[in-house]
Write a protein of this length. Structure first.
Length: 122
């Protein structure tokens, strides 16, 4: 499996019990790309997961090839693979904060340089 700072892209988890299924479904909900769900009846759905309900045990998905929402009961899921491009890869909160701090530091340095230039003219 991918590490905490790595994308889940191309990960095909082995799901052998309900605890693993719930963990994978939670990751699928957080994933910002399409997943491929193979249902126990053989149907394959490539879709974006936009909702999950652990209490009632279903996923709500937007299939890539249809303009409709589909509800998939957890019991119907045979496999789930992270097959779409992870559009959020490298865009973690930590990465955002590092970029924000660097931008703020650059702005402060520019302001200090501008202040120094104004002070020198007086």
């Amino acid at each position: 499996m991918a590490g905490p700072d790595k994308s889940l892209e191309k990960w095909v988890p082995v799901i052998s019990n309900e605890t693993e299924l719930l963990d994978v479904l939670e990751k699928a909900f957080d994933y910002r790309g399409d997943v491929t769900i193979t249902r126990k009846n053989g149907e394959v759905l490539v879709a974006y997961v936009f909702n999950r309900d652990h209490e009632h045990k279903f996923l709500d998905i937007y299939p890539r090839d249809k303009d409709e929402k589909i509800r998939v009961p957890y019991a119907d899921i045979q496999t789930l693979a992270f097959t779409g491009i992870d559009t959020a890869a490298g865009k973690s909160w930590q990465a955002w904060m590092e970029k924000y701090k660097a931008k703020e530091a650059a702005a402060a340095a520019a302001q200090a340089a501008a202040s120094g230039a104004v002070d020198e003219s007086h």
